[in-house]
Design a protein around this ligand. Structure first.
Ligand SMILES: [Zn+2]
Length: 255
């Protein structure tokens, strides 16, 4: 693939947006020329340069992307994509986490943190934040919130925020043609779910199973009186159950 490379070094510096200025450019200053065919370059060389660039960018707290690699990489991002089939496949081959950190919403980060927390049954520490358990590294959280500690405290604020009030009453049609007015929807919000799990100490309220004691225990939050039978989705009617106990119970309310 032909690609014209811009000529001077000075121009380059001005061309970089602010976050790039601290990065020492590895690219040689070259006269205007067409880029060489990269056909003879081995995949190892491409991977090496991807890794090197990834480290350089990471040290400067810049997300690794198609665009940021283009700024400092020895090869063009499109050359890399072509060779590996896609940009993401190239990153995979280089063992670089595929993350579009800038596009993840805070809520997306909170949901991931919540998920890790629930799987562990305890507050995660930075070394827990690795794949496959966590989709995003602790670095991503520190970058977004200022520090890991601040990320945790923002998460707690998020969890404790009041739910938006339900604006209209839900009328549930039952087989007996009697309509029941509902105050809450059946759906348990992620925040409420987390609050219940936390209240119950991440422990099944029927059998005592907990991921803290046994890895792999899956916890659910369940209505005590089923919603279909008039039970509301509120903290007093919710409880933590392990998957086994919850599936065993189903919808048969007979306590
Ligand atoms: Zn259980």
């Amino acid at each position: 693939m032909f690609r014209a490379t811009p000529s001077t070094g000075r121009k380059n510096a001005a061309h970089f947006s602010a976050p790039y200025r601290g990065v020492r450019l590895q690219r040689e200053i070259v006269k205007f020329q067409l880029e060489k065919f990269n056909r003879n370059i081995s995949e190892e060389e491409l991977i090496d340069d991807l890794k090197k660039s990834f480290e350089t960018l990471r040290k400067n707290s810049i997300s690794f992307s198609f665009r940021s690699y283009s700024e400092i990489g020895k090869f063009s991002s499109s050359t890399i994509s072509t060779r590996f089939g896609s940009w993401n496949k190239a990153l995979e081959a280089a063992g670089i986490e595929v993350m579009e950190e800038k596009n993840i919403s805070d809520v997306g980060l909170f949901l991931n943190l919540e998920n890790v927390w629930v799987i562990l049954g305890r507050q995660p520490v930075t070394r827990d934040m690795v794949k496959p358990l966590s989709k995003y590294s602790s670095h991503t959280y520190s970058e977004r919130f200022g520090s890991w500690r601040k990320a945790l405290s923002s998460f707690v604020d998020y969890i404790n925020e009041e739910e938006p009030p339900i604006s209209q009453e839900i009328i549930q049609e039952t087989p007996t043609t009697k309509s029941i007015k509902r105050r809450t929807s059946r759906n348990i919000s992620d925040r409420m779910r987390f609050r219940i799990l936390s209240r119950d100490g991440f422990t099944c309220q029927s059998c005592g199973a907990s991921p803290i004691k046994e890895r792999g225990v899956e916890l659910h939050v369940d209505h005590v009186l089923p919603w279909s039978k008039g039970g509301e989705t509120e903290e007093s009617n919710l409880q933590t159950k392990c998957k086994q106990c919850n599936l065993g119970k189903g919808n048969a309310f007979n306590q």
